[in-house]
Ligand binder design. Structure first.
Ligand code: ZN
Ligand code: ZN
Length: 219
């Protein structure tokens, strides 16, 4: 595991900001995942910051605001079939448009196995959801990340369905070091420990795990 940078790690918004500031100070550039796939992210030190929003658009917005404050752009993936929020509600659509206004990319956090009766048409379902999200947000949505691919047995994680430019778990991103905050646990050490050690990073976070003062404020 790379050495700690001496700052207290954890999932506070303060530490999130610290990680971004550290990266910017070391000369990293942040690109959206779509930019990376399009080949316009450039060479050298780069970070793709990906956010899978399992439970809370508001938690996503809190991180997006910190990023926007620092001029950082990242990629946010949202679900249609979450019990905890409604992607089609007017406040959520307005929130997504605000993210877009901050320069972030919006993608679909797809639940291929959400509707077992439609499993044969999963690709078509995902593409229709993509088209609707494009219409609602007002910008072409081209990215897919699958929700819980391991637990749901989603076997097509390396396939890019029709209509999409990329799938977040595909080998399109194999040139980057991937780390994740899954279940509020960095298996390979906090992202701040990789920033500065690895030039090309692909970091997955879930806004739900991050908090202003206490983890309890999110649930
Ligand atoms: Zn840290
Ligand atoms: Zn998820």
């Amino acid at each position: 595991m790379p050495p700690s940078d001496g700052k207290q790690c954890g999932f506070s918004h303060d530490h999130y900001r610290h990680c971004l500031e550290k990266a910017l100070g070391l000369g990293y550039r942040f690109a959206t995942m779509g930019e990376y796939v399009d080949g316009v992210a450039g060479k050298g030190k780069i970070i793709l910051m990906r956010h899978d929003e399992d439970f809370s658009p508001e938690a996503a917005k809190a991180l997006a605001d910190i990023e926007a404050d620092l001029g950082v752009r990242s990629t946010y993936f949202f679900r249609y079939h979450a019990r905890q929020y409604n992607l089609l509600s007017l406040p959520t659509i307005a929130l997504l448009k605000e993210l877009r206004g901050q320069g972030h990319e919006i993608g679909l956090h797809g639940e291929t196995h959400a509707l077992p009766a439609l499993i044969e048409q999963a690709g078509e379902l995902l593409n229709r959801e993509r088209e609707l999200l494009t219409l609602l947000v007002g910008v072409e949505v081209t990215g897919l990340s699958r929700h819980e691919p391991a637990r749901t047995g989603s076997s097509a994680s390396d396939k890019v369905p029709a209509g999409f430019k990329y799938e977040a778990y595909s080998d399109q991103f194999s040139g980057l070091k991937y780390i994740s905050d899954s279940s509020a646990h960095w298996r390979e050490g906090c992202m701040c420990q990789h920033i500065g050690e690895v030039d090309r990073l692909y970091i997955l976070t879930h806004g739900f795990w991050w908090y202003r003062q206490t983890p309890l404020e999110n649930y």
